[in-house]
Design a protein. Sequence first.
Length: 177
Amino acid sequence: MPGPLFLDGETVELRTIEREDVEFMQQLINDPAVRQSLQSVDPVTHQQETEWVESLAEADGWHFLICDDETPLGTIGLSDYDDAWGVAEAGFMIAPEHWNNGYATDTLESLCEYAFAERRLNKVVAKAYETNPASQRVLEKVGFTEEGRLRDEAFVEGEYLDIHRYGLLANEWTDAE
């Protein structure tokens, strides 16, 4: 059973990530359809995923299990938190069998509300591979603006790819509400 509810979206719940979630998380990060859009090229063992989950207690940022009625769908988090600048990077992944249901959009909206209203961040940034237009659409639907392109930044499945960098400012978020 997933951890306790922390944030409630329209269709999703953001819950704490617990040791019981390791098997789901390991399967998710190793799924070829998921990892090709991440910087994950090495297989992740159960032990490695367990260590990562246990490290979250000391992590710089906030990480959540995305659920629909306690069914795990994916993960989302804010990392690389810079307290002096008020900036953090959002990252999310949804299991392929749950794609195209609006979960990523609802999840990212919930995370942004938390980032700006409760953490008082000034900016949330995110990156998406050029081969991942679905994530780019999610970012744009939530209100992120493409700020630049990192040319040939990533090496994925034998080719160099551009990474699109997006940003959303707190005042853009509140003005849109």
